[in-house]
Design a protein. Structure first.
Ligand code: ASP
Ligand code: MG
Length: 439
């Protein structure tokens, strides 16, 4: 069985819901995970904000506006009065429930209940629509099988058992619809898997039912075409190893968050990224298979700052790096690239909020130099050290470009360069020519 996940924009209007419905009704049995309609979770967060600030009037205004929007969606989505009425009633009950929270004390617990409404409504709408169309669709209540433990980590044993029980109730359904993002915690309270958590839901469900494939459908084709950060002139990236996908995630590629695909990766279930705007395209398959000796993609990230700390005290000393790293840690600033020599260390950061304090502290340990407006260029592919020729090829491409740092060997799937932002375009073009077009 396959698990398909559609994000907020893919179910963002009545029209889009109809398109999703068309896409998923092919006679094959499947589980479909849905997000809330786009913008809804943000609006629910806003409502909660007003309630935290003890402003029920502000909250009610937004609640009414959101409810009016949903009324319109319902009118557009269904063709029969029966389904219009049935869904309208459901939505009204959910909104009345949200309103009941404007009258009492408001805590994190209440906020989570409110945040869950977006997915509860979207899945109800789509299930009803499919049923109106005569499709054998069943709603699986995520709150009855998706669960986290006392450490707020998903509980795979519970999920597997409860989900199987729910599937057994309707063994012949064609489509099982369920809510992404929402769950219950170890105490049975309504909770969620953090913002954007629907991908995580899909991955957990895929692992629980030992799916043949998990499909993540978006309407932005992040891996290629629209994404200026990824350059691959020859063809879209068809296949990535989970680790390659993780490397690319830092570059803001519209790709999955590495923690979200962890359950799929461990269960060895391939994840396919697909585009609702181009449903017949094969998309990008992420799996545990490595394509031997192949470079997959080049990505870039701007606004990087490089810091060099040079000290003769570092020579033959131990504990020097720890002291340097502790400074960054104390200012909650994460280090991305790092290069060392016997007497110096260079690091790159992308968060400069505490740059001045960091520099001040670093000066205790050596001479400090800073380079701003830098850019990380990252080459991703099968770069295992025993392979020969790839480092040389990448380096050759950078022949005419001043390179501030090079990092290789941190993982088997990456080589990174730090260059000036102004050289980015040239570097990307040259890497693309050398690595993909054999120029
Ligand atoms: N609706 C939730 C959010 O906007 C979960 C998701 O879309 O993945 O964060
Ligand atoms: Mg989302």
């Amino acid at each position: 069985m396959k698990v398909l996940k559609f994000g907020g924009t893919s179910v963002g209007s009545a029209q889009r819901m109809k398109e999703v419905a068309k896409l998923i009704t092919d006679g094959e049995q499947k589980i479909v995970v849905l997000s809330a309609m786009s913008g809804t979770t943000n609006t629910l967060v806003e409502i909660s904000d007003y309630l935290y600030k003890k402003n029920p009037e502000g909250a009610n205004e937004i609640i009414n506006r959101l409810e009016a929007k949903y009324k319109q969606h319902v009118n557009e989505l269904y063709s029969t009065d029966e389904y219009k009425q049935k869904t309208q009633e459901f939505i009204k009950a959910q909104f009345d429930y949200i309103r009941s929270y404007t009258k009492d004390i408001f805590t994190l617990f209440e906020e989570k209940v409110i945040l869950a409404q977006g997915e509860l409504i979207s899945t109800n709408m789509v299930t009803n629509y499919l049923q109106e169309q005569g499709v054998n669709a069943i709603l699986l209540p995520a709150l009855e099988f998706m669960r986290t433990d006392k450490n707020s980590e998903p509980d795979p044993v519970y999920i597997k058992e409860k989900l199987a029980a729910h599937l057994e109730i309707h063994p012949d359904a064609e489509i099982y619809i369920t809510q992404g993002f929402i769950c219950r915690n170890a105490y049975g309270e309504i909770d969620n898997l953090q913002r954007g958590g629907s991908d995580y839901t899909a991955s957990l469900i895929g692992a629980a039912v030992n799916a043949s494939e998990i499909q993540i459908w978006t309407d932005i084709d992040g891996m290629h075409d629209n994404d200026p950060r990824i350059v691959d002139k020859t063809s879209p990236v068809r296949h990535l190893h989970f680790e390659e996908a993780a490397e690319l995630a830092y570059f803001g590629a519209k790709i999955l968050h590495p923690t979200c695909v962890q359950p799929a990766k461990y269960a060895n279930i391939p994840v396919r990224l697909l585009n609702t705007m181009e449903p017949t395209a094969p998309g990008t398959l992420i799996s545990n298979d490595t394509e031997k000796g192949k470079i997959k993609a080049v990505a870039a990230k701007d606004n990087i700052t490089a810091i060099k700390i040079k000290s003769s005290r570092m020579l033959l000393a131990h504990g020097f790096l720890r002291k340097v790293f502790e400074i960054f840690e104390s200012y909650q600033t994460s280090i991305d690239m790092i290069c060392t020599s016997e007497v110096g260390v260079s690091v790159s950061i992308d968060n400069t909020k505490h740059l001045n304090e960091i520099l001040d502290d670093l000066k205790k340990y050596g001479t400090v130099t800073v380079d701003q407006d830098m850019c990380i260029i990252c080459v991703v592919g099968d770069l295992e050290w025993e392979n020969v020729g790839f480092e040389a090829k990448a380096l050759d491409a950078m022949r005419d470009i001043p390179v501030r740092m090079i990092s290789f060997g941190g993982s088997n799937y990456n080589i990174s360069f730090l260059i000036r932002e102004e050289d980015k375009k040239k570097a990307l073009q040259s890497l693309s020519d050398h690595l993909f077009n054999n120029k």
